[in-house]
Design a protein around this ligand. Structure first.
Ligand code: URA
Length: 434
């Protein structure tokens, strides 16, 4: 087989066979094929696309480039969730313990944050002592004993994705639906779950800016999962303003625990987390209807079993479970600064991307993959879209460690304040089934 022929076929708009795709992925991962040829094929795929069979073949070849987790020793259907990422998205910390408490095993591998978006691994790392990189044996023990396991993706999972992603990053080929699909789904399939709920974020703060883009990605991932025989469903959710009141790792742990305690039950964050959890319960066979699943979810909050599951998960994996009840045990910032409104009106929009970047500048996120985070710093929002504000009202609290000159104007610029606004902003935009 010659790599030249694969590039030529795709350049002309033809389809690649599973054998050709497997040949490419193996050669890219083991270094036997030159990067220039992989880069050329990536660009051809970007322009010409791939059909579902090709995308599935690429997904499976990437999955098979590394280790696959065998979860068959854990009884029941195992259900995972993936979010395409946003600002303030801490739904995994909330729904993982809920789903586990309701009887469905929930194995999850998470990423670290980069740029304006946060990562679940960093949020869990804010719990003192909690091990966020679990060995296979530790992952399985956590799943067996608490029904919840969360670990950073290890280098052994889909290593071909790491190689190809690095090439995509420098060749402007990240934005391709089949390449994104294969990248995400290869890691999810290697994780070994039986079913998957996707939270595809849509909006100016998300990877997918328009509903058409988000729908295309959701349909592609659902088609690949279904073709592989996996139960899979996608929710397309709005991502413009930050999700919830907290941006920053320790702050996001606090907000998640508050929701598990039963606070902020009507917030968009709680509703979204509960809905995703309910979808997972249906897939795991713990409920038949959405209504029944949502009432099981709410019961796990009311009777304290969801929070108790998070405590057990933290304690089992070396973390300080007392920090979930006493937030003074979480990483603290050095300074607290208040930002107050410079005018009155209604908050018409909050620029989540800009706030995510400001949080990154405080040290809550990474500009570069090697950056070390300040886990205690971040931003607390005292407003949401629709809030009525008066001049001098408290808008943000900034938690910072640096001697940073926090320029209030920069934070206030993230708000659009109008005299009056129309407020109809559903968080759930669409669902995509097979
Ligand atoms: N997230 C991934 O894991 N891969 C992509 O290609 C894009 C987002």
């Amino acid at each position: 087989m010659r790599m030249y022929d694969l590039i030529y076929t795709k350049k002309q708009g033809g389809a690649l066979s599973p054998e050709q795709i497997a040949f490419w992925v193996r050669g890219a991962a083991d270094g036997s094929l030159p990067d220039e040829q992989s880069a050329a094929l990536l660009m051809a795929i970007c322009w010409r696309g791939m059909d579902t069979e090709e995308t599935l073949a690429l997904t499976l070849a990437m999955r098979d480039s590394g280790q696959r987790l065998d979860l068959s020793s854990i009884p029941g259907l195992k259900v995972d969730k993936h979010s395409t990422g946003g600002v303030g998205d801490k739904t995994t910390l909330i729904l993982g313990p809920i789903v586990a408490a309701c009887g469905v095993p929930c194995p999850m591998f998470s990423g670290r944050g980069l740029g304006h978006t946060g990562g679940t691994v960093d949020k869990f790392a804010a719990i003192p002592g909690l091990k966020v990189e679990l060995s296979e044996a530790e992952f399985l023990r956590s799943l067996r004993e608490t029904r919840f396991a969360n670990s950073a993706q290890t280098a052994d999972i889909a290593p071909a994705d790491k190689k190809l992603y690095a090439l995509r990053d420098i060749t402007a080929t990240v934005e391709s639906i089949p390449l994104i699909t294969a990248s995400i789904m290869s890691k999810k399939l290697a994780g070994g779950a039986d079913a998957l709920v996707l939270d595809v974020k849509c909006g100016p703060t998300a990877f997918m800016k328009t509903l058409d883009e988000a729908r295309a990605l959701a349909q592609s991932m659902v088609a690949v999962g279904t073709a592989h025989g996996m139960q899979i469903r996608a929710l397309i959710t709005r991502m413009d303003a930050p999700l919830g009141w907290a941006i920053g790792n320790a702050l996001e742990v606090m907000e998640s625990v508050e929701i598990l305690r039963g606070e902020h039950g009507d917030s968009e964050l709680a509703q979204m987390s509960f809905r995703l959890a309910a979808e997972m319960l249906i897939m795991g066979g713990a409920a038949r209807t959405l209504e029944a699943a949502l009432s099981t979810v709410r019961a796990s909050i009311q009777d304290g079993t969801a929070l108790a599951t998070l405590r057990r998960f933290v304690a089992l994996n070396g973390g300080d479970a007392l920090a979930l009840d006493d937030f003074r045990r979480l990483p603290q910032p050095g300074q607290i600064i208040e930002v107050r409104a410079d005018r009155a009106g209604r908050v018409a929009a909050i620029d989540g991307r800009a706030l995510g970047l400001l949080a990154m500048d405080l040290g809550a996120g990474r500009r570069d993959r090697k950056d070390v985070l300040d886990l205690g710093v971040g931003i607390r929002l005292h407003i949401q879209v629709g809030s009525k504000i008066e001049k001098n009202d408290k808008i943000f609290t900034i938690y910072t460690k640096r001697d940073a000159q926090v320029a209030s104007a920069e934070f206030l610029r993230t708000l659009d304040v109008l005299p009056e606004i129309a407020r109809e902003r559903p968080w759930l935009l669409e669902t995509v089934n097979c």
